[in-house]
Design a protein around this ligand. Structure first.
Ligand SMILES: CC(C)(COP(=O)(O)OP(=O)(O)OC[C@H]1O[C@@H](n2cnc3c(N)ncnc32)[C@H](O)[C@@H]1OP(=O)(O)O)[C@@H](O)C(=O)NCCC(=O)NCCSC(=O)/C=C/CCCCCCCCCCCCC(=O)O
Length: 578
């Protein structure tokens, strides 16, 4: 799992070989320990380079080992042995150096990174902290504020930023291993006294207490109930206030509390689940690995309400040319302004230029004639959607995929309105569509594997977690949402206020409480669905049976709001006033 070779006469080259991401499994760690011993005992080796095979340095500790009986050499002493080596060790960082992978690199005396590499102490995203010395070495190397930012967020930094922060010593556009070998030759025999990060004093502002109090307050607020970011702050505080060895003890102690926590288990489950959904299959036997997607260069969105606007922004931000169609004059003018505003705000956040020129607007559906894929996002009304699909089927060029953003209607029925039902799938986004990562790709019995593969791939390109689901009422997301919304309404009937319920949910960790979320999505969509289900009939909203419908407890509160025209943010009033 780690290969040793002597190159350029005097450089010991250790290559991690654990596909696909060179994770530090027990065997990989054993391989590194053995290879380092070999390099250090070979008198011909004057310096060492550690790299990863297949263009990736290391994806960190092997997450699959967590929750099992971990065997093999532990990471911390392995990294200490590298740092303690009397021969210079250079990390050659290509692709990614994440979590334990970056901690391994921080144990090396020098780091050379390819310009396209990404680095990060990502453990917090898995409910953990960088417990292979990361919380103690990084602040010593780049200072407490910068280290806190990286460790508590798990964010990835580019090689350029890593150079600026002082995490890496050199960035190259050439072959990273070749450059690292040259670097290793140039530092052979030089003193390593100033290169062992664990021996550095931790650069720290004078008022440590005030700094950590302020950071802890901010992190508590943004962590929304997550325990790992808080433990990260505590571990970095140990780096700032204790000698290295005691800081390491604190790091291990804090890691022990996180390691078996429910939050860590849930986040790690989520990590694998998000990857597992990419391996989709259909009842027909069609699968992700045998179905070839088609490339999409130009897409259209029909209907620029709340969802259509977000979808148009998400497509444009992916770099696609987008035709955005809205036939109603008032909505058209408003949507143009809103979409530009959304793109400008997004670009400002990312420090990029807004892709305003990617979108062309039209009030005429004929404008979609030459696109590769259409996403229909008109109001949730079957008759209206039927008409749109009939039109699209005649207007669009041969082979255009026709997708619907319906949240509950029958995708197969919509397919039956077209000449090529095999080209029809659902692409169900969640509000706000340019932010939320979940995308349901709904296949009907006639959807072709290529249509599903294309929608799945487009979703991935858009940075979504695409999940292929069958065509049933509410698909999966809304089926899960229904009992959640229902119980929230019952809480109101039992005396809670929307703020109280939302406050509890947000404190628990939800980004938005259920009532704020409903106001954002629009209350009228659910109302329409309930009407279709015969749950909202005139006269039902009052009287003794108002709270039992179709044999089940029912709360008419959402219907009462809608009767007053309170549809949420879009009408300025919903559960809240805006
Ligand atoms: C960017 C990536 C690396 C690559 O992305 P991409 O190319 O898109 O590929 P993916 O689809 O994401 O991944 C491909 C497959 O590889 C699998 N994978 C990826 N990373 C890992 C990994 N780290 N381990 C295992 N498997 C991994 C992935 O699942 C895919 O396979 P499949 O499709 O699912 O089959 C990207 O993958 C990525 O971002 N990866 C994660 C990077 C990351 O976050 N790394 C950090 C890992 S945690 C870590 O490193 C922690 C280190 C600290 C030390 C830990 C010490 C542990 C023991 C201490 C115990 C102390 C407590 C004692 C308790 C007690 O006392 O009881």
């Amino acid at each position: 799992m780690a290969q040793f070779a002597r190159v350029s006469r005097s450089v010991g080259l250790i290559t991690l070989q654990n596909p696909p991401v060179n994770a530090l499994s027990a065997l990989a760690r054993q391989g590194i320990v053995d290879a380092v011993k070999r390099a250090l005992s070979d008198p011909k080796v004057k310096s060492v380079v550690i790299c990863g095979q297949n263009g990736i340095f290391c994806g960190g500790a092997d997450i699959k080992e967590f929750g099992t009986n971990i065997t093999g050499p532990p990471l911390v002493p392995m990294i200490h042995a590298i740092e303690a080596s009397n021969k210079p060790v250079v990390a050659a960082i290509e692709g990614s150096a994440f979590g334990g992978g970056l901690e391994l690199a921080l144990g090396c005396h020098y780091r050379v990174a390819h310009s396209k590499a990404k680095l990060g102490l990502t453990e917090v995203t898995l409910g953990l902290l960088p417990a292979a010395g990361g919380t103690q070495r990084l602040p010593r190397l780049i200072g407490v504020p910068a280290a806190l930012n990286l460790i508590t967020t798990g964010r990835h930094v580019t090689a350029a930023e890593a150079l600026q922060l002082g995490i890496v010593d050199q960035v190259t556009d050439h072959n990273t291993v070749d450059e690292a070998v040259k670097f290793a030759l140039s530092v052979a025999g030089k003193s390593l006294d100033a290169r062992r990060i664990s021996t550095y004093p931790c650069p720290c502002p004078s008022d440590v207490d005030a700094l950590f109090e302020e950071v802890m307050q901010k992190v508590r607020q943004s962590a929304r109930g997550a325990i790992a970011p808080i433990a990260c702050v505590q571990a970095v505080r140990a780096a700032a206030t204790l000698p290295y060895s005691q800081g390491m003890e604190r790091e291990q102690e804090l890691m022990a509390t996180l390691f078996t926590s429910g939050q860590a288990r849930a986040l790690q489950y989520c990590f694998f689940a998000q990857r597992a959904v990419g391996r989709w299959s259909m009842p027909s036997g069609a699968r992700w690995d045998t179905s070839k997607p088609r490339s999409i260069h130009k897409a259209a969105v029909i209907g620029l309400g709340t969802m259509g606007r977000g979808i148009a922004v998400a497509l444009a931000q992916t770099g696609l040319s987008v035709v955005a169609v809205e036939t109603q004059e008032k909505q058209f003018m408003e949507a143009k302004k809103m979409v530009s505003g959304m793109m400008e705000r997004g670009a400002k956040r990312h420090g990029t230029a807004p892709p305003l020129d990617k979108i062309t607007y039209s009030q005429n559906i004929q404008a979609v004639a030459d696109v590769d894929l259409v996403i229909e996002a008109v109001f949730e009304d079957m008759a209206l959607k039927e008409k749109v699909f009939q039109q699209l089927s005649t207007i669009c060029k041969q082979g255009t995929f026709l997708c619907t953003n319906t949240s509950a209607l029958d995708v197969d029925h919509l397919a039956s309105q077209t000449r090529n039902p095999e080209l029809v799938v659902g692409m169900h986004f969640f509000a706000p569509a340019h932010v939320m990562k979940l995308l349901e790709v709904v296949y009907g019995p006639r959807s072709s594997p290529q249509a599903v593969a294309t929608a799945m791939q487009l979703g991935k390109k858009m940075g979504k977690v695409s999940v292929a689901v069958g065509n049933c009422r509410g698909f999966v997301g809304n089926r899960m949402l229904k009992p959640y919304l229902e119980q929230a309404l019952f809480l109101l009937e039992e005396g809670a206020t929307p703020e109280l319920v939302d406050g509890a949910l947000e404190e628990f960790g939800f980004a938005l409480g259920v009532f704020k979320m409903s106001d954002l999505s629009g209350l009228d969509v659910g109302w329409k669905v309930r009407k279709g289900d015969g749950l909202v009939e005139p006269g039902l909203a009052s009287g003794p049976s108002a709270r039992i419908r179709q044999g089940r407890r029912y709360s008419p509160l959402g219907d009462l709001l809608c009767e007053q025209g309170r549809f949420g943010q879009k009408t300025g009033q919903g559960w809240y006033r805006y």
